[in-house]
Design a protein around this ligand. Structure first.
Ligand code: AP5
Length: 219
């Protein structure tokens, strides 16, 4: 099973990626998380990525593609994967398709999580993220049991540098301009389903699982 999750910032891709990867025993590959780990470790790639991420811009395609291709070749990804936040541009989508074709491991499903922009802004403004395992919480919708501490791994919760309203709104513009058009690319390939991403986390997970089984039946 090889699944891509896309949708606007704040749609709940990261939240659902963790849940689906656990349920289906798949590797979780989240490009934003990989960049943030590089920023934390002060690598060359981290320093380059940070200059784009802090402004809400996309990191250049060649940097992202190289990083994802390396990650796809790691052993855990061979049993299947969830890609969260990649591809986000047409060149990224084409590169992914070519690399997977070379490995005879085509995509199984592409799910778009959809929420109105104002819901996304509200969710992101209240988000707190675990420094250790990257799980998302929300001061309003999903507070952690202990203040400032991840329920799952005990890591420290923090507010991301790009989760401030003006940057959130810019990320939404970039999404609508650069990423949303990929819908048609994947629809043409018979891989695309839209998932309504409002409701409880369980409801959204169930809709996502139904969409995946629909696509597998149609394949
Ligand atoms: P990335 O980290 O991927 O951020 P994003 O796409 O902007 O998405 P988010 O993580 O903000 O939101 P999400 O949809 O995962 O929502 P979440 O589950 O956390 O990318 C960051 C940056 O890295 C980019 O801007 C770019 O610079 C760079 N980058 C990454 N990939 C790249 C690529 N391929 N190419 C170029 N550059 C790239 O949930 C959000 C909040 O909502 C949380 O508080 C959560 O608790 C809450 N929530 C979730 N579900 C629900 C629900 N059902 N009801 C109520 N609240 C909910």
């Amino acid at each position: 099973m090889r699944v891509v999750l896309f949708g606007p910032p704040g749609a709940g891709k990261g939240t659902q990626a963790h849940r689906l990867a656990d349920r289906m025993d798949l590797a979780l590959i989240a490009t934003g998380d990989i960049f943030r780990a590089n920023v934390a470790n002060d690598t060359d790639m981290g320093r380059e990525a940070k200059s784009y991420m802090d402004k809400g811009e996309l990191v250049p395609d060649d940097v992202v593609v190289r990083m994802v291709v390396d990650r796809l070749d790691e052993e855990d990804a061979h049993r299947g994967f969830i890609l969260d936040g990649f591809p986000r541009t047409l060149p990224q989508a084409q590169a992914l398709e070519n690399e997977l074709a070379e490995r005879n491991r085509p995509l199984s499903a592409v799910l778009k999580f959809s929420v109105p922009d104002e819901v996304a802004v509200k969710r992101l403004a209240g988000r707190r993220t675990c420094r250790r395992c990257q799980r998302s919480y929300n001061v309003e919708f999903k507070p952690p049991m202990g203040q400032g501490v991840c329920d799952v791994c005990g890591g420290e919760l923090y507010q991301r540098d790009d989760d401030h309203e003006d940057t959130i709104r810019h990320r939404l513009e970039v999404y609508h301009h650069d990423t949303e058009p990929l819908e048609f690319y994947f629809w043409e390939r018979g891989l695309f389903r839209q998932v309504e991403a409002e409701g409880t986390e369980d409801e959204v997970t169930n809709r996502a699982l139904e969409a995946i089984s629909d696509l597998l039946e149609d394949a």
